[in-house]
Ligand binder design. Sequence first.
Ligand code: KG4
Ligand code: ZN
Length: 337
Amino acid sequence: MKDIKILAIESSCDETAAAVIQNGREVLSNVISSQIDLHTLYGGVVPELASRKHIENINPVICQALADAELTLDEIDGIGVTYGPGLVGALLVGVAEAKAIAYAKKLPLIGVHHIEGHVCANLIEHPELEPPFLCLIVSGGHTHLAMMEDYGNFRILGRTRDDAAGEAFDKVARAIGLGYPGGPKIEKAAREGDPRAIDFPRGKVDGSPYDFSFSGMKSAVLNYLNHAAMTGEAVCQADVAASFQQAVVEVLVERAVGAAVELGQDKLVLAGGVAANGALRNALAEACRKHGICCYYPSPIYCTDNAAMIGVAAHYHYIRGERASWDLNAIPHLQLT
Ligand code: KG4
Ligand code: ZN
């Protein structure tokens, strides 16, 4: 059978990325151009600057992805692209580029949901993993507990009622002076701190065991800092980072593993940028082991925004004949269904 090669493009936030995926799970190339240094100057992602950087970077990144895969566009079978959710101006760069290539080369165009991509990142290194499975999706914009029933088919069981987990990491990092990008900086600072030093609340949503709430935890950190400033007490940055991280990890693990047990699911898949967090990975793996659940998470390079994950998701749409039309648009608040 002929190999299927998908060229995938991702530009939903602050990484310009392109990849070539063969037969669904084989990564022939994976190129990521990060804008972290640029946005660090402003303490967070500046949407207009992100769009402008994507415009500059997208062609070189795609050329590099094709060169690394030792392929030309003539050998590509389809173009996959993230069309939401994300920053509209950033998404539009990838969508317009994908449409132009697909139209010029008469190739099928496949629109991919960014979060579906994050979940599919797990398929790259776990060839035996097939849906249905339970997923804990933790990113900068999303915190979902969902069943992936089939490729491209999700059933949401619970979601955050306020901040996403990654957003809470970013806000707390800013408050304790660690800056952007918050998640990795909190994780690093936490290694030197005591996770039991401060008892931050474990946010719950009454009556909704699968939902999350992180704004209370974030406020508790802010209150702790304000109180210390007023009383002149010294604040140990590492202890705050470790205690906050511990609170978030406990809540995520307890909800996700609790859902797996209750629903009789024996596979639990972690996805999204926060899935790179070592404390979360270890705690989830340990809790899963205790309950006889197989725990999956991607290597850090596939947790960050990347196009390989988009290519994997696109492949499964491609083989089912699902195509986007030429009016494919960027949808900043695209829902996961
Ligand atoms: O998945 P992603 O790139 O964004 C969305 O798709 O929304 O995730 C980015 C988020 C940021 O909030 C970042 O702080 C967080 O993931 N993050 C982490 C870590 N690495 C990235 N959070 C905790 N620990 C990390 N090591
Ligand atoms: Zn992402």
